[in-house]
Design a protein around this ligand. Structure first.
Ligand SMILES: [Zn+2]
Length: 117
């Protein structure tokens, strides 16, 4: 799961430190882009990343003969609407613009395991 709690904490911190209009819209945009990890790729990526933070989604992916959550690597069943582990909404048959920008350690471990077998 993405570090949504950390992102929320950083956004609140910036909000408290800039509780006036002195920052400027452009600076605010780049600050938000940095905090949410959109990596200055494109506006489309920025907005998709925001949407995914508000409504976390994952894709079922194959790993080691199982279908697993693209966000956290937990096993998914065919009729799961939400990942039982990280709570991401399961999106099937549709590539989301933002694939796990920062995959969790669990996910990376599972990918490494899958490659090793
Ligand atoms: Zn998950």
């Amino acid at each position: 799961m993405t570090n949504r709690e950390e992102i929320a904490a950083r956004l609140r911190e910036v909000g408290e430190d800039n509780n006036d209009w002195s920052m400027g819209a452009n600076a605010a945009f780049f600050k938000i882009d940095d905090i949410i990890g959109a990596q200055y790729k494109s506006y489309g990526f920025f907005f998709s990343r925001l949407a995914d933070l508000i409504d976390p989604t994952c894709n079922p992916v194959e790993a080691d003969n199982n279908i697993v959550c693209s966000e956290c690597g937990a096993d998914l069943y065919d009729d799961d609407l939400y990942c039982p582990h990280c709570g991401s909404r399961v999106v099937r048959g549709l590539e989301t613009l933002v694939q796990a920008v920062e995959p969790s350690d669990d996910y990376i471990d599972n990918q490494t395991l899958a490659l090793a077998t």
